[in-house]
Design a protein around this ligand. Structure first.
Ligand code: NAD
Ligand code: IPM
Ligand code: MN
Length: 354
């Protein structure tokens, strides 16, 4: 099964973790004959600084021809984040209708959680983040710039179709897991949007009588992620709530550096995009400290999506094995290895050399 992959390393540690991903994907390709073809694009803050644009004007048309997109991270000091993100990452998600942002996380053997109570294997959850509407809207603006009455306003947008499809995706996903969905909300105190979200989630739940579900206010839910993370299975959330919960869940599992994501258009009309949850981490960039596991686990999600389930499972096993030993873990998860050491260990395992 052939597949074409557009690779966008981006900024900061983005290129470092993508180099790791490519090394491991090449090792898998040599062993299993995946027949994947890659094209790399230098779209980044550096490109913005040199040319005035994060990507070319026809960048999205170019990406549309690929089967998948593999992205590192974008963002660099000196380029405002709204420029780097709304100039590349957010348009890819929105134009390609990647309305599901799937963010699984678990506590691995060896890594452990900073929480006393969350032992290895205890936490295994997926945040299903709504990825194209909600709080991340283009409706609004910043007005009266520079005047004392300056203000900013941004309208959240929740559509019946948008909430219905993300709820359906979460319920369907739960069927193949432990059969339990938690809806993140804030209907107390918010008058319009989240009561609407709740109503639609409850309606859709009726179509999945075999799935247990409940809802939690986002503030209480954040506390429960810390106090009882093992209790969650599938957590469905709006764009901003899902963003925050996925970093929190990653921290509960030891580090934001291990968390993967898949931005999916479930209809298959457009390419899906796979990227670690973390950003460009300017504070550690260029020092070999970046944990490549978030990017490697994102490759697992990509291989699954491209129909290579068995190879994906091999890679996941190699990642899990590598995380067991401090010699093949980066410092953020209590190890002494650098990015290249972890990459070499995973690549050797998937190549059958260890
Ligand atoms: P960040 O995820 O880049 O970093 C947060 C903290 O986590 C930092 O201390 C960093 O060193 C650490 N960290 C992150 N990834 C790590 C890894 N793989 N291994 C070890 N430690 C890791 O978030 P931030 O500081 O809020 O953002 C930095 C820049 O990245 C900003 O420009 C932001 O807009 C951008 N960003 C981009 C994406 C994306 O492209 N998808 C995602 C998040 C943030
Ligand atoms: C993420 C990131 C992005 C988001 C930012 C960089 C726009 O934090 O992918 O989680 O909020 O979606
Ligand atoms: Mn985020």
């Amino acid at each position: 099964m052939a597949g074409t992959i557009a690779v966008i390393p981006g900024d900061g540690i983005g290129p470092e973790v993508i180099e790791s991903a490519r090394t491991v994907l090449d090792a898998l390709d040599r062993r299993y004959g995946l027949d994947l073809a890659y094209e790399t694009f230098d779209w980044s803050c550096r490109r913005y600084t040199e040319t005035g644009a994060m990507m070319p004007a026809d960048g999205l048309e170019t990406l549309a021809r690929f089967d998948a997109i593999l992205l590192g991270a974008v963002g660099w000091p000196g380029v405002p984040d709204h420029v780097s993100l709304w100039g590349l990452l957010i348009p890819i998600r929105r134009v390609f209708r990647q309305f599901v942002n799937l963010r699984p996380i678990r506590v691995f053997d060896g890594v452990g959680s900073p929480l006393r109570t969350a032992g290895p294997g205890a936490v295994d959850l997926v945040v299903v983040r709504e990825n194209v509407e909600g709080e991340y809207s283009e409706i609004g603006g910043r007005l009266n710039r520079g005047f004392p009455d300056e203000f900013a306003v941004q309208e959240s947008v929740f559509t019946r179709a948008g909430v219905s499809r993300i709820a359906d995706y979460a319920f369907e996903l739960a069927r193949g897991r432990r059969g339990y969905v938690t809806s993140a909300t804030k209907s107390n105190g918010i008058v319009h949007t989240l009561p609407f979200w709740d109503e639609i989630v409850a309606e859709r739940a009726e179509r999945f009588p075999d799935v247990r579900w409940d809802q939690e206010h986002i503030d209480a839910l954040a506390a429960k992620f810390v106090l009882q993370p093992e209790r969650f299975d599938v957590v469905v959330a709006s764009n901003l709530f899902g963003d925050i919960l996925s970093d929190l869940a990653a921290a509960v599992a030891g580090s934001i550096g291990i968390a993967p994501s898949a931005n999916i258009d479930p209809t298959g009309t457009h390419p899906s995009m796979f990227e670690p949850v973390h950003g460009s981490a300017p504070d550690i960039a260029g020092r070999g400290l970046a944990n490549p596991v978030g990017a490697l686990w994102s490759c697992v999600l990509m291989l699954e999506r491209l129909g290579h389930e068995k190879v994906a499972a091999e890679l996941m096993t190699a990642i899990t094995t590598t995380l067991r030993s401090p010699e093949t873990r980066t410092p953020d998860v209590g190890g002494s290895a650098d990015t290249a050491d972890v990459t070499a260990a995973v690549a050797a395992l998937v190549a059958g050399n260890r």
